[in-house]
Design a protein around this ligand. Structure first.
Ligand code: ADP
Ligand code: MG
Length: 234
């Protein structure tokens, strides 16, 4: 059960500004349950514009649940989650591509659903696939691609919507070390260039984007020696 107060990363903290910034994403006194299982209790967390936040914790600690709430896919039982006004890019733990659409079509669909014009969508989608090392696989269906390739398509799809908030759930799973490094560098560059706010779930903090300034550790609250509420990097 996660009860982090979030005081440490409140909008006022560390900005050096008299006027606090408005968070892109805010969890306020959030309690979340699945039936009788309480995963979050009185949980508070803020994400400021352009910040990259890491989230780690053991399996079952609620990392994916946190991202689903951040995307508005599941509502909290109590408390409030304030979402950004602009598009959200979401790299799910599994690629979640539409099987009867090609790699290119999967990306175009996300873009047109977000209001991007159809004609420009194909060109943008092709460029993003190329950035992911998939230029020869535009017309392949998910079943014709490996797990790691499908994961890269899903990263391209998340960037294609020009997100203000990017949610990453173990995004590098299934990528070999060289590809992981390439995709991570590419993501890092796009995040900086476009000033995207990021919530990045990983079990391996070495995978976090280099601009990550904070890491929240979710965990078994009964063992604070191992899983404290909040940790910082750098
Ligand atoms: P993590 O991503 O950190 O592994 P999850 O957010 O997936 O954790 O799950 C947190 C807890 O909630 C786990 O105990 C999991 O079994 C439970 N859980 C997740 N999704 C559901 C669901 N749809 N229904 C019931 N329990 C769930
Ligand atoms: Mg998970």
């Amino acid at each position: 059960m996660n009860t982090a107060t979030g005081v440490e990363n409140s909008p006022e903290a560390g900005t050096g500004q008299a006027v606090p910034q408005t968070p892109v994403l805010a969890f306020e006194d959030v309690t979340m349950t699945y039936g009788g299982l309480r995963v979050f209790a009185h949980f508070n967390l803020w994400l400021l514009p352009g910040r990259v936040l890491g989230v780690r914790g053991p399996s079952g600690s609620g990392k994916s649940t946190l991202l689903k709430m951040a995307a508005g896919l599941i509502p909290p039982a109590e408390g409030r989650v304030t979402l950004p006004r602009g598009p959200i890019g979401y790299v799910f733990q599994e690629p979640r591509l539409i099987p009867w659409y090609t790699a290119l079509e999967n990306i175009c669909l996300a873009m047109t659903a977000c209001g991007h014009p159809k004609a420009a969508a194909r060109e943008t989608a092709a460029g993003l696939l190329s950035d992911m090392g998939l230029e020869s696989f535009e017309n392949h269906y998910p079943r014709q691609l490996s797990g790691g390739m499908n994961q890269r398509v899903s990263i391209a799809r998340a960037l294609a919507v020009k997100p203000v908030l990017l949610l990453l759930d173990e995004p590098f799973t299934g990528l070999d070390p060289a590809m992981k490094s390439r995709v991570r560098d590419n993501l890092s560059r796009v995040v900086s260039d476009q000033g995207i706010s990021v919530m990045h779930v990983t079990h391996d903090t070495r995978e976090l984007l280099p601009q990550t300034r904070e890491v929240v550790t979710l965990g078994q609250w009964h063992d604070p020696r191992r899983f404290g509420p909040t940790r910082y990097l750098g």
